[in-house]
Design a protein around this ligand. Structure first.
Ligand SMILES: [Zn+2]
Length: 213
């Protein structure tokens, strides 16, 4: 009879059934993904790419966007590159939550920075229900400040992807949105007529002076 290493005894002698069974997660599959960056960084393209993959996988997907953003299309998410998916415009995070249907596995939210603070709790709740929540949004405003509620969404997300644009001045990697028209409000919905992507070195937030229109 071979002597046994006493150090292994505990491990070897424990019957499989007596070992702690990893408890099944309360909400398997539930997660939050944030795709963020400046204007023209391809956030929406990335959101749409993930949605299309989910659709190919025959998952039930619902897409939402804030009602404030009707630049391109009222009921679709359209990137600057003109790729589109159907989306429901909603005015508040509460109305988004109300519209989520049973059986929806993936929830896509574009322009998340335009939602009220309640979107953080709503996304948390949806993920806790086992759903995959994918958000795209601007991480900084036109002065380079964190754009609420994105920082909180990024904090509770399982995965954060920062996408970069190309700086219109030097061609470097850009993560700032330079406002190129004089308007001081934080929310100015627009495209290339209002904004340019800039790197840190070429970003000039003070070129936009509050109060000038
Ligand atoms: Zn630059």
């Amino acid at each position: 009879m071979n002597p046994r290493d006493p150090a292994l005894d505990g491990e070897l002698d424990t019957p499989r059934s007596a070992r702690p069974v990893p408890t099944q997660a309360h909400s398997p599959g539930g997660r939050i993904e944030v795709v963020c960056g400046s204007m023209f960084s391809g956030k929406t393209e990335e959101l749409i790419r993930r949605v299309k993959r989910a659709l190919y996988g025959r998952q039930k997907v619902q897409a939402f966007k804030p009602r404030i953003d009707d630049r391109y299309d009222a009921t679709r998410i359209v990137s600057h590159g003109s790729i589109a998916i159907e989306a429901v415009p909603v005015a508040t995070s509460e109305s988004l939550l109300r519209r989520v249907e049973d059986g929806t596995q993936v929830i896509a939210i574009d322009e998340a920075q335009f939602f009220d603070r309640g979107i953080v709790e709503v996304c948390d709740e949806l993920a806790n229900q086992g759903r995959r929540v994918i958000l795209a949004g601007l991480d900084q405003d036109y002065l380079g400040r964190p754009f609420p509620p994105m920082p909180d969404l990024m904090a509770i997300a399982e995965e954060v992807t920062k996408v970069r644009a190309v700086c219109t001045v030097c061609g470097g990697s850009a993560s700032h949105s330079q406002r190129i028209i004089q308007q001081a409000s934080t929310v100015l919905v627009g495209g290339s007529e209002c904004y340019e992507a800039r790197c840190r070195g070429c970003f000039r937030p003070r070129d936009v002076r509050p109060g000038e229109a």
